[in-house]
Design a protein. Sequence first.
Length: 126
Amino acid sequence: MAKNMNRKGRRDTPPFIMLRLDIYDHPAWKALSSKAVLIWLEIRKRYNGRNNGEISLSVREAAIVAHCSKDTALKALNQLQTHGFIKMNNKGHFQNRHATTWTLTCEKLNDLPPTSDWRSWQPPKL
């Protein structure tokens, strides 16, 4: 039996979110706003190992998570996309009550390897 499992096969340790050091140390990560980091952590929290591409998070939910306005949350989501950390899978619709679904580029999608688009991000030239 694994060390972190109890007798009933349940996890003894609380769940956690892993942030790999290659992501943390990359200039694309360091250039993110604090709101974008909070929203990425929420999307990563919703990832269960099998649902990449189907991780739902609306702009309203993102605003609540990041303690900001919907406009600021939208800017943070756009920043995460332009820096290559997430991709929009299906755009949500407020009238139909469907949240946007997201793909984490650092995780595999179906049986395809991660695209890791953040690796190719370059800071804007002055």
